[in-house]
Write a protein that binds this ligand. Structure first.
Ligand code: DP6
Length: 345
């Protein structure tokens, strides 16, 4: 059985952040994210059965048509972690062809969309081998596998809001895979916008993987994990009622708490750049004078995600173009919004 399969998987932006984990990719707190619509990875997996069985993984990785040997160790590590759950992997020779909708060196992490796209491709092969698997089991296992590649990838399968990590108030939540947020969601949150300001497109000086490790033994770790669990409880009525003021307060607090953890790690580090702060200050000042429900969040980098509801789109877009884009590297930014999840192509 030889063939190929293609999935397009979205990126996501966390509202309550995952920062700190134990083996094997078990988060220290629950997190919730918006699935994005325009930032995505498309992966085609070509597979050919090996003529003779061997005990090694056989694959090549290509990004935008060019072979990338430097990606091989990460994929090898990933295959090792998931082999137990997909025993067929060693029976095939793979070619992984991957393309991102966003520029490679944009500072936008491709690990969430990339790992979820690859996991979905592997699950499609699994489904050919065992066609009995239901749609919900398919997505659950794809998220489970994606998590083993990159934690936040567990949240990049479905949309518009996904929870990963056990939380007592969120039915069905699990440390092992992401689930579609099961609570009531006010319509204001089903069409939210996320404009990503590319403040710094360079390679980060500290990777997320190292940052997570530094949470072990971090003096404020337990307080941070408790705060995140508490924010997960607080976001439930916010999402239900469409309470934008409370949403803004919670989301910005989460972003700054995440970066506060980085600044107080040992060794300490700062991923924000001067322009990150300038943008934040501009957003605060504009919100005060305009009443526009605009806010920011950050992931593990200097780029700023500017969030606003559709009803404020005109006002917010004008403000972003006139006052914020000048702080971006080469004036580059990406307009995105909440999306529905991965699709097979
Ligand atoms: C700050 O999922 O990239 O974006 O599990 O080591 O691959 P690994 O880390 P990763 O961490 C993401 C951290 C974050 C917050 C979040 O997305 O929740």
């Amino acid at each position: 059985m030889k063939g190929k399969v293609t999935w397009q998987s979205p990126s996501n932006i966390a509202l309550v952040k995952y920062w700190g984990k134990t083996d094997p990719q078990i988060p220290k707190n629950a997190s919730i994210s918006f699935t994005l619509a325009n930032c995505h990875t498309t992966t085609t997996l070509n597979y050919i059965p090996k003529k003779e069985a061997s005990d090694s993984f056989d694959f090549k990785v290509f990004l935008e048509g060019k072979e990338k040997q430097e990606f091989a160790p990460k994929i090898e590590e990933y295959f090792k972690r998931i082999e137990l759950y997909l025993p067929f992997i060693k029976h095939f020779i793979f070619e992984i062809h991957t393309n991102n909708s966003f520029p490679h060196s944009s500072g936008i992490a491709s690990s969430a969309s990339g790992m979820s796209a690859l996991s979905l491709c592997l699950m499609s092969i699994q489904k050919i081998i065992n066609s009995n698997i239901s749609k919900s089991d398919f997505f659950e296992k794809a998220s489970f596998l994606a998590r083993l590649g990159s934690g936040s990838a567990a949240r990049s399968i479905e949309g518009p809001l996904v929870v990963w990590g056990e939380h007592p108030s969120i039915f069905g939540s699990s440390n092992l895979y992401g689930i579609k947020y099961p609570g009531l969601v006010h319509e204001v949150f089903t069409t939210f916008n996320d404009t990503i300001l590319l403040v710094d497109k360079g390679v980060k000086q500290v990777s997320s993987t190292l940052g997570h490790k530094l949470m072990l033994g971090h003096p404020f770790a337990q307080a941070r994990f408790d705060q995140a669990q508490d924010n997960m409880s607080r976001i439930i009525p916010i999402l239900e009622k469409g309470d934008l003021d409370a949403f803004i307060d919670l989301v910005e607090k989460e972003a700054l708490s995440l970066h506060a953890m980085m600044m107080t790690s040992d060794p300490y580090f700062v991923l924000m750049k001067p322009n990150t702060l300038k943008i934040i200050e501009k957003i605060w000042a504009f919100r005060k004078t305009s009443g526009c429900h605009i806010c920011f969040t950050l992931d593990a980098g200097a780029n700023v995600h500017v969030l606003f509801p559709n009803k404020d789109k005109e006002l917010a877009s004008k403000f972003i173009e006139e006052e914020l884009v000048g702080f971006c590297e080469k004036n580059q930014y990406i307009r995105d919004n909440v999306g529905a999840g991965a699709i097979i192509i």
